[in-house]
Design a binder for this molecule. Structure first.
Ligand code: NAP
Length: 299
């Protein structure tokens, strides 16, 4: 149980509701910031505005998966008000207050460093990223079906990157009967791709490999699907770029060539917010229990 623990949940989408549900069940006291338009009420959770919250006894803050933008704004689906997380707010929290986010950026790194706060990026954890790859794959399949007039079965699918998502995508599209090839830069990844029964290629050869691609799925957060690569693709190729914003595709050039290229962020939050929220809620409750135990030890 997390009885007496004071936690601020700041912004986010439907995934946050699973986190709120779980933490209230565990008896934590929650301040919900950026949730005024949420009809549902949770026992033990109070909807508040940023300037009404007493941060002096806050044990933890939970941000949405994206954290903040580069100006410090936190995305709030359940509010029309703009919510910002600032250095000033963090400096009002006690020393032990831990900040949880999915991913981070220069702004969030900067304010947590300045205020000496512990920032935990949940998506840096392999377990979270691997579980999260399951709804990500389902969302990618949904997009492939919605934006093509041919079956995945029998189509030529190129996947870029063999990370947590790339591996799950390769396996799923292979199982659906696509002719899958996966591009990577490490020899051990090429070996793993071969072992998985799909076709490996070096990313250096990307331009040569895309001439017959029906669907290209990029997972690499770096401009890899550049104009040279796009110029070698058939015009009917569908590009689905799931890498974090701004993706790894030259979207301007793709549009110029008449190639449909889609940046597809937050797929788990779109196709399976409940599951995606439960994945985060489970790991958060484990981490908060550890914090709680440490705090009790000190008392
Ligand atoms: P990951 O495990 O870190 O995999 C990233 C892959 O990119 C690795 O194969 C890595 O290869 C490769 N890579 C990185 N930089 C590269 C470079 N400069 N050149 C060539 N290859 C490079 O990440 P993940 O968990 O699979 O997630 C992939 C991306 O999708 C991330 O940006 C993540 O934020 C995003 N994501 C999006 C959604 C969504 O809904 N759209 C969902 C989950 C994740 P090496 O091992 O060789 O570095």
């Amino acid at each position: 149980m997390l009885t007496g623990m004071q936690i601020a949940v700041i912004g986010g989408d439907a995934r946050q509701l699973e986190i709120i549900r779980k933490l209230t069940e565990l008896d934590a006291r929650l301040s919900l910031i950026g949730f005024e338009q949420l009809d549902h009420a949770f026992t033990g959770a109070v909807k508040e505005k940023m300037d009404e919250v007493d941060f002096s006894n806050m044990d933890a803050m939970i941000l949405p998966v994206a954290g903040t933008n580069l100006e410090g704004q936190v995305e709030t689906i359940f509010s029309d008000e703009k919510v910002f997380l600032t250095e000033e707010i963090l400096s009002k929290t006690p020393e032990h207050c831990t900040i949880f986010s999915g991913i981070s950026n220069a702004y969030l790194n900067g304010i947590t460093k300045q205020t000496k706060k512990n920032l935990v990026q949940l998506f840096a954890r392999d377990d979270v990223a691997i579980y999260n790859s399951i709804p990500t794959v389902e969302g990618t399949i949904m997009m492939a079906i919605q934006h093509t007039d041919f079956t995945i079965h029998g189509s030529n699918v190129a996947i870029l990157g063999l990370g947590r998502c790339g591996m799950s995508l390769a396996r799923a599209f292979h199982t659906l009967g696509a002719k899958v090839k996966v591009g990577a830069r490490k020899t051990e990844h090429l070996a793993r791709i071969t072992e998985m029964g799909v076709t490996p290629f070096y990313l250096n050869d990307l331009q040569k490999e895309v001439g017959d691609t029906d669907i290209l799925i990029n997972t690499i957060p770096y401009l890899i699907v550049n104009a040279e690569v796009i110029s070698k693709m058939p015009v009917q190729t569908l590009i689905i770029d799931i890498a974090s914003k701004p993706g790894g595709t030259d979207f301007r050039y793709a549009e110029k060539r008449g190639i449909k290229a889609l940046l597809a962020p937050s797929l788990p939050g779109i196709v399976a917010p409940k599951t995606a929220g439960q994945i985060l809620a489970d790991v958060l409750s484990q981490l908060l229990h550890e914090l709680y135990a440490k705090r009790k030890e000190k008392e």
